[in-house]
Write a protein that binds this ligand. Structure first.
Ligand code: SF4
Length: 571
């Protein structure tokens, strides 16, 4: 043991048999003699009273490899390496591959040599000038395709290392960014795609989304989570934000007149711990939050997760596992202690909370719908598996400018909405969108397809999800006529970016016997919101070559055998 003699030893060290050298002991004797001379005896130095229990941090040796990488060098400080790689057009080393995700850059190898860039677009709100620049970036510096993600966001692919700084610069030049879009960060914040326009919403959640996004982008504190973290705000409108699939899902509710001292009006219920990839929806334990406390409470929850989440096992590093390990009540009391506030609790079935006047389940956003603003409509367009070309994106920007106010909303269903279209232009704008390849008519079959990236660009994928989804859309459209929507989600691996467990039909990519060697495990009966349910697997490893006939048989069986009013979900 080495003790610096210039620093007086601590009380804890000054115990018998402490292993001090003779010189150190002589120092201590002098120190205690000086105390005695001031009338203080050693016995007066009682141990300090115990403070609040602080959970023991993990042993440094137990940290995961990823924790070590980011603590050796904060990923934002790896920008120097990014610039060096750009200068030599070099492939990144394994540690840089992990760190560059903090700038939204994902190395695609071994599938392809190049990066994918994922943006952050809070609430999925973009303007026409931003779309035009993204289209130009995509055409000049990437594959020329842009994809809408299931977090109302964009991705562009196949960027050479030498072009990364320019891509990031140009994204930022139009007020967008990609900071923290991957790895152990708070991912893009999602909301109802029609927020602010939906005539049935209880509250417009855009100000909350923007305020939270500003907190996240402004502070390094929020760029070192134990694992990724999803947040969604739902204003209670017709089209859901699917908030219960998030780590934090806040849903607006209406509180009526009551004798419990709760102010009537719009509040938020907070559900926690959703991870559909781990087959779990967020749980509502009765937390009710005032509008002006939503951001404070959200940040306190994130901070407890940053402090106490598991950094020794990546598989257990999501909020869900911290809640399971600690217990919900203890977790909430930790949030209250850290945030220095008291949370109000109200059971979800309390008569104080007014019932919603409609079901979100029956509504789709594809088609033209009146807004709360007199005489204006929003038009939802379906984007086959969320993919578009640069040229299509430029045309969307033109349509938004010509018929709307230049605004476009992305949806978690990988589609988009153009709002603020006067009634007189609805037909023309819808026609223009359909001609562009984005139908605006209801198609209960085609509109329900969602697909993750798949093995064309994602190294985790066991199958070509996007290609297969398009093939299945075409195959089934000719053979099955649905009168009610059926959601079919294609996901390439257990990370479940396309949230297959909550699809009416969920397809999880796997190896299979067949010409292509690719296939799917099939689950049925998943749902979200008031129909939340994790789908159950009924077929395993169905080869892609048999997928069409299998899905056709399932859908035809549903149509033939369902009872009056039965949806696929309840079948
Ligand atoms: Fe890649 Fe898996 Fe996500 Fe699909 S679900 S994009 S295969 S990580």
């Amino acid at each position: 043991m080495s003790t610096n003699l210039l620093t007086p030893p601590t009380r804890a060290a000054a115990t018998p048999d402490d292993g001090f050298s003779g010189e150190q002991k002589r120092y201590l004797e002098g120190f205690f003699a000086a105390l005695n001379a001031k009338g203080i005896s050693f016995g007066d130095l009682a141990p300090a009273p115990a403070g609040p229990a602080v959970p023991a941090g993990p042993n440094l040796d137990d940290l995961t490899k990823e924790e070590r990488i980011k603590h050796d060098l904060h990923p934002f400080d790896a920008i120097e390496q990014l610039m060096l790689d750009a200068r030599w057009n070099a492939k990144p080393d394994p540690e840089s591959i992990f760190r560059f995700k903090w700038n939204g850059l994902f190395w695609l190898s071994p599938v392809k040599d190049g990066y994918m860039c994922r943006l952050r677009i809070p609430g999925g709100v973009v303007k026409s000038f931003q779309l035009r620049e993204l289209a130009a970036i995509s055409r000049e510096l990437t594959s020329g395709y842009i994809q809408i993600t299931t977090r109302n966001n964009f991705q562009i692919r196949l960027i050479e290392p030498k072009n990364c700084p320019e891509v990031l610069r140009r994204i930022q030049s139009v007020g967008l960014h990609s900071k923290g879009a991957g790895a152990d960060n708070i991912r893009n914040i999602t909301m109802n795609p029609c927020a602010g326009y939906d005539p049935m919403e209880l509250i417009d959640v855009r100000p909350f989304v923007n305020e939270l996004a500003t907190h996240i982008i402004s502070s390094k504190e929020f760029y070192d989570l134990p694992r990724k973290f999803n947040i969604a705000f739902d204003g209670g409108g017709l089209v859901s934000s699917v908030e219960d699939t998030n780590d934090i899902g806040a849903s607006a509710v209406e509180i009526g007149e009551n004798d419990q001292g709760i102010e009537p009006g719009v509040w938020f219920r907070i559900a926690l711990g959703g991870v559909t990839g781990h087959q779990t929806f967020a749980s509502d334990w009765g937390v009710l939050v005032k509008q002006d406390e939503l951001i404070k409470v959200t940040l306190a929850i994130v901070r407890v997760f940053i402090r106490d989440g598991d950094r020794t096992n990546r598989k257990k590093a999501r909020l869900k596992y911290l809640l399971e390990e600690r217990g919900f009540e203890k977790f909430l009391s930790d949030v209250e202690e850290l945030g220095k506030f008291k949370l109000l609790r109200l059971p979800a079935d309390s008569p104080v909370q007014l019932a919603r006047k409609f079901s979100q389940q029956g509504h789709t956003h594809v088609g033209a719908y009146p807004q709360k603003q007199d005489g204006l409509h929003y038009i939802g367009a379906s984007v086959p598996v969320g993919q578009m070309t640069a040229k299509q994106m430029e045309r969307i920007a033109d349509i938004a400018d010509n018929y709307g106010t230049g605004e476009v909303r992305l949806t978690v269903w990988q589609n988009f909405i153009i709002p603020n279209i006067p009634a007189a232009y609805v037909k023309t704008a819808s026609k223009a969108l359909s001609k562009l390849g984005f139908p605006t008519e209801q198609s209960p079959l085609r509109n329900g397809f969602v697909a993750c990236t798949g093995n064309r660009y994602c190294k985790f994928a066991a199958s070509d999800t996007k290609g297969h989804a398009i093939a299945m859309m075409d195959y089934l459209d000719k053979r099955v006529k649905l009168d009610k929507p059926v959601n079919i989600h294609f996901t390439g691996c257990a990370h479940s970016c396309a949230q297959h467990f909550m699809g009416d039909v969920g397809l999880l990519g796997t190896k299979a016997k067949g010409e292509s060697g690719e296939g799917y495990h099939i689950t049925v009966g998943g749902g979200f919101g008031e129909n939340r349910k994790v789908g159950r697997q009924i077929f395993s490893a169905v080869p892609f070559e048999s997928l069409g006939t299998t899905l056709e048989g399932m859908l035809k069986c549903y149509l033939a055998k369902r009872e009056e009013g039965e949806t696929f979900h309840t079948f």
